[in-house]
Design a protein around this ligand. Structure first.
Ligand code: ADP
Length: 231
């Protein structure tokens, strides 16, 4: 479903953030991307979200190069991809319900649809009983659940989570990871970028490790047999 072919990303100033990345991710996988701060994890996710373009190589989604998608059509592509970040990015003057509803309103959904879907999605993330609360009245873990609900509104095929637990305590961290596992079990592909190796070890899922812009480990089934490559 997702493919990186010989992808490099060089930022202005000749800064090589990613070098010759080759990667295939199938629909329904749960993939953790680990590496130190500055390794290139966010850059990889930004290429997938078409927020950045590769300097060379091709990133494709369902066999279509993202570079070939017209700017006008990018919002339609992006509906396939839900995003969750470390800094929750909720609108402070809107309640949990309104934050999720807003994502549907801007996409032109009808009031009837919104009234039906928002409670359903808030239920999936376990926030039904707090939908009238404002972000400042919610814990970090609860705010992240609302963000997950907002990321799910368009029934994305992929969720990109970039350090979603970076601001959370260990218990909330594990709850959010479990929620990602639940969303994955409902069929959504998950890409989780984190520097928290303890979490990914506990998950026992596919792990791609990046160091200085290069893949040094990928335990994709049958590929590297959990061994480190080029390390
Ligand atoms: P990670 O997510 O693993 O912390 P990033 O992908 O954010 O790493 O960054 C990889 C490297 O690219 C870092 O050294 C960072 O400073 C650099 N970088 C990221 N974004 C930009 C940018 N817009 N311009 C220049 N350099 C950047």
């Amino acid at each position: 479903m997702l493919k990186f072919e010989n992808v490099s990303k060089i930022y202005p100033g000749d800064f090589v953030a990613l070098e010759d990345i080759n990667l295939t991710i199938q629909q329904g996988e749960f993939v953790s991307i680990v590496g130190h701060s500055g390794a290139g994890k966010s850059t990889l996710l930004k290429l997938l979200y078409a927020e950045e373009q590769p300097t060379s190589g091709v990133v494709s989604f369902n066999e279509r190069s993202l570079d070939s998608i017209n700017r006008k059509h990018l919002p339609f592509y992006r509906r396939n991809v839900g995003t969750v970040f470390q800094d929750f990015k909720l609108l402070p003057q809107k309640t949990a319900y309104e934050n999720v509803a807003y994502a549907l309103e801007v996409a032109g959904e009808t009031d009837e649809d919104i009234a039906q879907r928002v409670p359903e999605i808030l239920d999936i993330v376990g926030m039904s009983n707090k939908m009238g609360k404002y972000p400042r009245q919610l814990s970090g873990g609860e705010q992240q659940r609302v963000c997950m609900a907002r990321a799910l509104v368009h029934h994305p095929l992929i969720i990109i989570a970039d350090e979603p637990t970076g601001n959370l305590d260990p218990i909330s961290t594990w709850e959010i990871i479990q929620l990602l596992v639940k969303i994955n079990s409902l069929g959504t592909t998950i890409l989780l970028a984190t520097h928290n190796k303890v979490i990914v070890d506990k998950l026992s899922k596919r792990v791609i490790e990046i160091e200085n812009g290069k893949i040094v480990r990928d335990n994709e089934k049958g590929k590297y047999s959990c061994a480190k490559v080029n390390a």
